[in-house]
Design a binder for this molecule. Sequence first.
Ligand SMILES: [Zn+2]
Length: 162
Amino acid sequence: MKHTGLFPFVHLFPRQGVAETRSLTIRGFPDLPDDDYGLMESYCVEAGCNCRRVMLNVASRRRQTIVASISYAFDRDDEYPGPFMDPLNPQSRYAGVLLELVEQVLADPAYVARLEAHYYQVKGAVNDPTHPCHQVLAQSDGPDGLRLPNRQARRARARKGR
Ligand SMILES: [Zn+2]
């Protein structure tokens, strides 16, 4: 499962990323603290790679940290279709509960279709040498699926309340 060069969608396409990131508002849930949990998408930015996966890094708004990293393949007959907790990323004690919730979200074909569209958008950009995303990638410290979007993006997402 080659899947090394992950990069947050919201860093490549900030405005669209903020508008199109799903979040879960959790209140009074037995095994999970009240919070808003953003499903931050990261995609592989290796040109020419066709891994057809997304990493959903579940970001706690209150704790400002990633509390679960969930890997999912768009092809259901993939060797590792997911969703599963990514073994290479740290998981919090809430990761198991969050995985169950994310599983429910991924049962929505419209949501999966949007993720897949984002995947193709990223692949189209990284395979186009003239695309401005290459500046963003060059200025970053390297691919990293775990970083949160910047403060401004978080505030914007909070205002939108999605
Ligand atoms: Zn890949």
